[in-house]
Design a protein around this ligand. Structure first.
Ligand SMILES: Cc1cc2nc3c(=O)[nH]c(=O)nc-3n(C[C@H](O)[C@H](O)[C@H](O)COP(=O)(O)O)c2cc1C
Length: 233
């Protein structure tokens, strides 16, 4: 079983909370995995050209072309995104928009696969994790666990965080705040977050190895989407 992890953070691996939590989930799964970062990749959003409707292959020429085969071949996904303005960041949104290519003419390439969604935000990561779950559901991918944690907002390293009155350190700790390692949020020091990442990984490994029935997952996910769309058109 091969699990594909994708971190949507533009930060370097060693400073990105998203990357670290995605990696923790992957390691805990006990499965073979590959971890990719969208950092430095040029992937635009869907342009609705419909070039993919006949063969389920996106015709936009950018860095997604190199990832397509990995996405198709993976048995499951661990997808993580930073919280930008109470939602997943644009890089991850663009990538998941382009999953549109897999959906045409009952294209079943991704149907019934499993995922763990990871969201990391300066305040919290539940919004991006929910967004990831929603976008994956359109390909009948079931998000079996969500992990949300608190990363360091840029204000902790921008150089003005101790005095800037709209920055997170000032707003969180008030006048006279001194930024230290101890008061800078770090997902790896949040025991509850790391536990939930490990639990999510273990669950993913168990579900994959325990006779994962893609057809049953597909039917359940289709039912959920039909309930969502019922009466809306
Ligand atoms: C443009 C931008 C917008 C952001 N908006 C939010 C936000 O609305 N809520 C929040 O909790 N954090 C917000 N943040 C903070 C990031 O989510 C935080 O730095 C997080 O640690 C990023 O994850 P990463 O370390 O994996 O890059 C924002 C950061 C940037 C750069």
């Amino acid at each position: 079983m091969l699990v594909l992890g994708i971190s949507g953070s533009p930060r370097k691996e060693e400073t990105s909370g998203t990357y670290k939590v995605v990696k923790t989930v992957l390691e805990a799964s006990g499965c073979d995995y590959e971890l990719l970062s969208l950092r430095g990749r040029n992937i635009s959003g869907c342009i609705a050209c419909l070039g993919c409707v006949k063969d389920n292959v996106c015709k936009v020429e950018d860095d997604l072309a190199q990832l397509r085969e990995k996405i198709v071949n993976a048995d499951a996904y661990v997808i993580g995104a930073p919280n930008y303005y109470s939602g997943m960041n644009v890089a991850m949104h663009a990538l998941l928009e382009r999953f549109f290519q897999f959906r045409h003419q009952e294209g079943s390439l991704l149907w019934g696969k499993l995922a763990v969604a990871v969201g990391i935000g300066g305040m919290g990561g539940s919004f991006p994790a929910d967004d990831i779950e929603r976008l994956l559901s359109y390909n009948f991918i079931e998000t079996i666990a969500k992990v949300a944690g608190q990363g360091a907002a840029s204000c902790f390293s921008c150089g003005y965080g101790e005095t800037c009155k709209v920055g997170v350190p000032y707003m969180a700790y008030g006048e006279g705040v001194k930024i230290t390692e101890d008061n800078t949020p770090d997902v790896t020091k949040q025991a509850d977050v790391m536990h939930s990442a490990v639990d999510a990984g273990k669950l993913l490994g168990e579900r994959l190895l325990d006779g994962h029935d893609r057809m049953a997952v597909t039917q359940r996910m289709q039912q959920r989407l039909m309930e969502k769309f019922k009466g809306t058109v």
